[in-house]
Ligand binder design. Structure first.
Ligand code: ADP
Ligand code: MG
Length: 549
């Protein structure tokens, strides 16, 4: 099939065994793959969404409700399906929440396009319509959004809670939401009137073996390391912290110099000299006034001994990222050599202590003054629980941060999607022509969100959509699906709030992925990928297994 005729001679441009699918059939297969991905995670959407249990080839089990985690664990291979996974990953990177929404939306946009392609509407027209629709959505979203600032901690907490509803974190939601908000507010900075948050400054550590209520915000850092010497104190109050990126060791000579020792006294002198050098190094730390030392490099045994004698709590081989975080948390400066440590470069923490958590000794640097880096130690009874709480926490932290950065939030529960659908249908009437059909399709696709929420709540999705349209026509812009009461309600009144960016990012990347897939009319699979025995239809293996989910 990959041969063209030229003067009676077939011309082959592809290697033997390559598979190729063209035109409508290529489009249909891509759409089918994208739909399969969306279907696989659709039922997890919302607080009443179900969980998925996934096992990998090693037999490790993951139980989750988190869109991007499911898609990553599924190890999807189909190229178009992978593009949908990319949508979820982008959403995760950019917002940290809303991954299911984004992927489901992308799949549904393609599903709606299929009907248009069947009516012989050219994909280019659909793409144009989708672009118009996307622009309209972004503008309309901005109009219905409410402003949020660093001072609106109550609103921020509602946003954190919405991000966590339906995850295993449910029981401790209030408490965890407060931690998420406090952490984000602590590390936020205002530059030219804009809030800037670097999420790298919030370190999430997880440890099983204690209930979720023991999750704590550490205003400083939790480091997965113990002090180097048992002779050192386990607790240092009013810690003055030296941060050093240099070894307290005697350098090995680089050339193989042999030292000839002719009598025992020379040996002793040599050892004494080494000891003196190390003692000198420790003296420099002591002279700076430090009572705590975090060293990025190694420590000689003897240096450890001297540090212990001086009562200095010391941790060695601290990761670079932790050193940077320590500097930001304690207000200290990392010295590059021992001679550089000055007392003004020391950081401060109210308490540095070693604590055994789940049988492992960890170092806690607590109670820093205005720390610009903090840690959250996530706890949960078992490993699976703590993993899911950790993911919920990531969603909450991400949601709060992106709300603050954009400075706006919207109501949830499918209310923005319903409002956008209404707005689009009005626009479609004005645009007319074939693009109108594409804009209508976009509106239908958006309604997958309230429709799915209704299904998960066990209420009739059609009745719900009708009621939603009624409410929105009446001007209740935040009418959405109250999944707990099983009816349409004003989500703003119920305080179900989400960051504006969840919606703008999900709609933008879903629309872009759908456009990209719609423009493809030729799929060529190199013979290597198909392995000769792949499933029929020119697709690499891996897709078949998805449809059953
Ligand atoms: P995602 O990965 O897209 O964030 P979620 O499973 O977190 O998926 O579900 C998010 C959806 O659930 C959003 O549409 C959100 O508005 C909705 N939602 C969250 N909390 C509630 C609630 N209490 N009532 C109704 N809908 C809610
Ligand atoms: Mg979510």
């Amino acid at each position: 099939m990959n041969g063209q005729q030229y003067g009676g001679q077939p011309i082959y441009i592809l290697p033997e065994g390559a598979l190729r699918e063209q035109g409508k059939s290529a489009q249909k297969q891509n759409i089918a793959a994208a739909k399969a991905v969306a279907d696989a995670i659709r039922t997890t959407l919302g607080p009443r969404g179900m969980d998925k249990m996934l096992t990998d080839s090693m037999g490790d089990v993951v139980i989750t409700n988190d869109g991007v985690t499911i898609l990553e664990e599924m190890e999807i291979q189909h190229p178009a399906a992978k593009m949908i996974v990319e949508v979820a990953k982008t959403q995760d990177d950019e917002v940290g929440d809303g991954t299911t929404t984004a992927a489901v939306l992308a799949g549904t946009l393609l599903k709606e396009s299929e009907a248009l392609i069947d009516q012989n509407i050219h994909p280019t027209i659909i793409v144009q319509g989708f672009r118009l629709a996307k622009e309209t959505c972004l503008k309309a979203l901005d109009k219905i959004a409410i402003p949020v600032t660093l001072k609106d901690t109550d609103v921020l907490r509602e946003i954190a809670m919405t991000a966590m509803t339906g995850k295993n974190a449910e029981a401790a939601k209030d408490f965890l939401a407060k931690i998420a908000v406090d952490a984000v507010v602590a590390v936020s900075e205002t530059e030219n009137g804009k809030v800037v948050i670097d999420l790298d400054n919030i370190k999430l550590e997880k440890k099983h073996g204690a209930s979720t209520d023991n999750t704590e915000l550490v205003r400083g850092l939790v480091i997965d390391k113990e002090r180097v010497h048992t002779g050192m104190p386990t607790k240092v109050r009013e810690a003055k912290i030296a941060l050093i990126n240099a070894a307290l060791e005697i350098k090995e000579t680089e050339t193989d110099a042999a030292i000839r020792i002719t009598d025992p006294s020379q040996m002793q002198a040599f050892v004494d000299q080494e000891e003196k050098t190390l003692r000198n190094m420790v003296d420099k730390v002591v002279a700076s006034g430090a009572n705590t030392l975090f060293c990025q490099k190694g420590l000689d045994d003897l240096a450890q001994h001297f540090l212990a004698k001086n009562g200095i709590y010391t941790v060695r081989r601290v990761k670079k990222s932790d050193m940077d975080a320590l500097a930001r948390a304690t207000g200290g400066k990392v010295a590059m050599t021992l001679d550089d440590i000055e007392s003004s470069d020391l950081g401060y923490a109210g308490l540095v202590e070693e604590v055994k958590i789940a049988g492992e000794a960890m170092t806690f640097v607590r109670d820093c003054k205005e720390p610009k880096a903090v840690s959250i130690l996530v706890r949960g009874g078992t490993e699976h629980v703590v993993d899911e709480i950790h993911r919920a926490m990531e969603d909450a932290v991400g949601g709060v941060a992106s709300t603050l950065e954009v400075g706006k939030a919207v109501a949830g529960g499918g209310s923005p999607e319903a409002e956008l659908a209404r707005e689009l249908r009005r626009q479609a009437d004005k645009v007319g022509g074939r693009e109108q059909l594409a804009i209508d399709a976009f509106a239908n696709a958006l309604e997958i969100i309230p429709r799915t929420l209704a299904e998960s709540a066990g209420i009739d999705p059609i009745d719900t959509l009708v009621e939603l349209r009624n409410q929105h026509d009446k001007g209740v812009v935040s009418a959405g699906v109250d999944v707990f009461a099983g009816k349409v309600s004003d989500m703003a009144k119920l305080k179900v709030l989400e960051p504006l960016k969840i919606k703008t990012q999900a709609i933008s990347s879903a629309a872009e992925a759908a456009e990209m897939i719609l423009r493809i009319d030729d799929v060529i699979v190199a013979s290597k990928l198909s392995g000769g025995g792949g499933p029929p239809g020119g697709m690499p293996p891996g897709m078949g297994g998805m449809e059953g989910m």
